[in-house]
Design a protein around this ligand. Structure first.
Ligand SMILES: [Zn+2]
Length: 131
């Protein structure tokens, strides 16, 4: 079982909030730079309303440069939803505690370091199938 107390969850919530704001800012400036001011305005309104659908909306836009940021934004928003769950901080693969240091560094992590490395190895393998 995760051993996070309310104080620790509060710290993670702060990190998530800062990361969320930073990602929104980055996405806005990328969109502005690429001349998509309209979408930036739209995204700003939705984000200010605290709505999680900003990522859904933007992911449909074929703007490669913001796709990864939007992906992380989605993960950050999902982590904000999960934060108050009893099993937040538990590795989704092996069930071990992810650990506070890792959660403070990567608050949207859903796996412990060992399982994340395994996952990335598997994923890399799938992404580059041997002929
Ligand atoms: Zn694990």
């Amino acid at each position: 079982m995760p051993t996070l107390n309310q104080t620790e969850k509060q710290r993670i919530a702060e990190v998530l909030k800062r990361r969320h704001r930073a990602l929104c800012d980055e996405i806005h400036s990328e969109l502005e730079r690429s001349g998509h001011q309209h979408y930036a305005d739209l995204a700003g309104e939705v984000a200010d309303a605290g709505d999680a659908s900003v990522a859904d909306m933007l992911v449909d836009q074929d703007i490669a440069i913001v796709r990864r940021q939007v992906e992380e934004l989605t993960q950050v928003e999902a982590a904000q939803q999960r934060l108050m769950d009893d099993d937040f901080g538990t590795c989704e693969d092996c069930g071990a505690d992810i650990g506070l240091p890792r959660l403070l560094a990567v608050p949207h992590a859903t796996r412990c370091i060992a399982c994340q490395e395994q996952h990335e190895k598997t994923y890399a393998h799938e992404a580059n199938p041997k002929m």
